[in-house]
Design a protein around this ligand. Structure first.
Ligand SMILES: NC(=O)c1ccc[n+]([C@@H]2O[C@H](COP(=O)([O-])OP(=O)(O)OC[C@H]3O[C@@H](n4cnc5c(N)ncnc54)[C@H](OP(=O)(O)O)[C@@H]3O)[C@@H](O)[C@H]2O)c1
Length: 291
């Protein structure tokens, strides 16, 4: 058994019974199959996927290139099998989606980020085959939310062949992006409002993702600001959160952002899992909107 096989999340609690892609896992050694409800009639089903410290911290303002909240939250060691399981789940969740989305600050802080499932290796191949079997494109669409349009268009996401990128932005943001060559790079700008995008604009832009781009499932990978915006708009349907055993001292950082107080906000725990090889990581699935 390889290390990645030992890093499979076993869901001891899982109340979602609607398996839109069947009950067969794309790669039984590495991921258990997950079900999803149907999308809403007018907008996609939106799920998020994040990693949080034991005390609920998602991120903070980075002080430099060596200040990496995700590494600290993961327990300071990207090789432990809990983190491997988290990455395998992340890639599977990407593979289940028509679009993977990010807030602009996440992309500014992690400029090499691309939300594709096939980073290579056995799981990558299996997820590619899974998408082909279910009539999904090789790559999910990439959606970036940016009111300002202040994005580095030299980043890999905007320069990878066959990747379709949609930027949900404002009129001012669109002008800024066009002036810097978004059209020449084939990027689609979805203008949701003139100057700032409120809950109505955010909801409408997801309706457009369904109607104009056939997006039925969105996998939002954060960050915290964007998750809060989606939640305020009542369109964040559920959150997959990996809780690690790292305790982050909030006073050591600035602009600390936390995961939701799920129970206090009325979310239901519909899934919980662990890996046999790393008891420090817990995988939870919290649902806000019942369907
Ligand atoms: N722990 C985790 O799992 C996790 C997950 C993701 C990210 N992160 C970390 O979190 C940090 C970034 O997260 P963050 O919370 O600071 O920022 P974020 O959510 O990634 O991005 C915030 C930005 O999104 C845009 N935005 C916000 N509301 C919007 C709306 N209604 N419509 C359109 N665009 C909107 C704005 O972009 P403009 O400023 O361009 O207008 C805003 O500055 C990074 O360091 C990243 O590594 C952690």
């Amino acid at each position: 058994m390889t290390q990645s096989d030992r890093a499979r999340v076993s869901w001891h609690q899982n109340t979602e019974t609607r398996y839109r892609h069947g009950r067969t896992s794309p790669d039984p050694d590495r991921v258990e199959p997950l079900g999803f409800p149907p999308p809403w009639p007018t907008r996609p089903w939106i799920y998020a996927n994040v990693i949080a410290s034991k005390n609920g911290i998602l991120t903070w303002k980075r002080t430099g290139v060596h200040d990496d909240p995700i590494r600290a939250i993961a327990g300071g060691d990207f090789t432990r099998s809990g983190r491997l399981a988290d990455l395998q789940l992340m890639r599977y969740l990407r593979a289940c989606a028509d679009a993977v989305s990010f807030g602009a600050q996440t992309l500014r802080d992690q400029p090499d980020l691309i939300g594709t499932p096939d980073i290579g290796g056995g799981l990558g191949d299996a997820l590619y085959q899974f998408r082909v079997r279910h009539g999904l494109g090789r790559f999910p669409l990439q959606v970036v939310y940016s009111e300002s349009g202040r994005l580095d268009l030299d980043a890999p996401m905007f320069n990878t062949p066959h990747l379709v990128v949609i930027i949900i932005t404002t009129g001012a943001g669109a002008r800024h992006l066009r002036a810097r060559g978004s059209h020449e790079k084939g990027l689609t700008l979805l203008v949701a409002a003139a100057d700032s995008i409120d809950s109505v604009g955010l909801r409408r832009s997801h309706e457009r993702l369904l109607n104009e781009f056939g997006v039925h499932y969105v996998d939002c990978e954060g960050g915290a600001v964007m998750l809060e915006s989606l939640h305020q708009a009542h369109i964040l349907d559920e959150v997959f959160v990996t809780v690690t055993d790292a305790h982050v001292v909030p006073t050591e950082h600035t602009e600390v952002k936390r995961i939701f107080e799920f129970e206090a906000e009325g979310a239901c725990l519909i899934g919980e899992g662990r890996t046999a090889s790393d008891s420090g990581y817990i995988f939870r699935r919290w649902r806000f909107n019942q369907r």
